[in-house]
Design a binder for this molecule. Structure first.
Ligand code: CAA
Length: 258
């Protein structure tokens, strides 16, 4: 696979997708969104990959959808193109964990891309925002829906109606990011976290992700039943026997993803 707007790297079970349009602070144009989608789908099928990291540059994870690409489009054109539908569909189809490693700006579509990932690790320099209102539009890649579910209505309304930015500390307090790390150590920390996940049993990782996502989509009663059935089903795997026996025998488990 050759890409023009992203870089792809794989090391010890972890794949890194690096957004690479430095001249536009990694603004998400159609080519970049399509390449991210293509890379994710292919890495999800790659047996050498157990976890995926999406990152940008130190200055910008991504400064939003590409304003220059959209500025002159008509209502009929954007409606027909519906360009953010495909990437949301890709994220919904990915089984493996996807971690956003955010340094610098994650604005508009950049914040939405980070939120489409399973969790966000932020550098101290990270800044999140949904500034679309200042452009005369609203978030279009999930911001009004995912941000509200993650940080609650009051703070999401504040962000979306004012277009202001949130720094990493506020984002952590609000539950938007799971951890903050020193900016210069972002990739090292995220690599360690992703590698830890990649060494676990893939069937349990896939089902843990699915069960956790189910919490956002269903009632508590249905979600609890779903979780228990998934828990029960994992007793059909060799890795459950290996994981529990390794604990009892005081050794590290050797998972075989079976
Ligand atoms: N689209 C296209 N180009 C962008 C861009 C974007 N979203 N963000 C930055 N750029 C370009 C700039 O135009 C500039 O290019 P030129 O050198 O050719 O002029 C280059 O990247 C560097 O940007 P700045 O000079 O503006 O850098 P800065 O450090 O002064 O400011 C910033 C950084 C605060 C992030 C500022 O660039 C900015 O406000 N960007 C736009 C943020 C935004 O409004 N995002 C929402 C987009 S709409 C959207 O995302 C819809 C959706 O929901 C999917």
């Amino acid at each position: 696979m050759t890409f023009e707007t992203i870089l792809l790297d794989k090391q010890e079970g972890v794949a890194f997708i690096t957004l690479n349009r430095p001249e536009a602070l990694n603004a998400l144009n159609a080519a970049l969104l399509s390449e991210v989608g293509e890379a994710l789908l292919s890495l999800d099928k790659d047996d050498d990959v157990g976890a995926i990291v999406i990152t940008g540059s130190e200055k910008a994870f991504a400064a939003g959808a590409d304003i220059k690409e959209m500025a002159e489009q008509s209502f009929a054109e954007v409606l027909k193109e519906d360009k953010f539908a495909a990437i949301n569909a890709v994220f919904a189809a990915i089984h493996k964990p996807v971690i956003a490693a955010v340094s610098g700006y994650a604005l508009g579509g950049g914040c939405e891309l980070a939120m489409a990932c399973d969790f966000i690790i932020a550098a101290e320099s990270a800044k999140f925002g949904q500034p679309e209102i200042k452009l005369g539009v609203i978030p279009g890649m999930g911001g009004s829906q995912r941000l509200t579910r993650i940080i609650g209505k009051s703070k999401a309304m504040d962000m979306i109606l004012t277009g202001r930015m949130m720094d990493a500390a506020e984002a952590e307090r609000a539950g938007l990011v799971s951890r903050i790390v020193p900016t210069e150590d972002l990739i090292e920390h995220v690599t360690e976290i992703a590698r830890g996940i990649a060494h676990l049993s893939l069937p349990s990782v896939i089902l843990a992700k699915e069960a956790t996502n189910r919490a956002l989509e269903t009632t508590l009663t249905e979600g609890l039943i779903f979780e228990r059935r998934v828990f029960h089903s994992l007793f059909a795997t060799n890795d459950q026997k290996e994981g529990m026996n390794a604990f009892i025998e005081k050794r590290q488990p050797q998972f075989k993803n079976s």
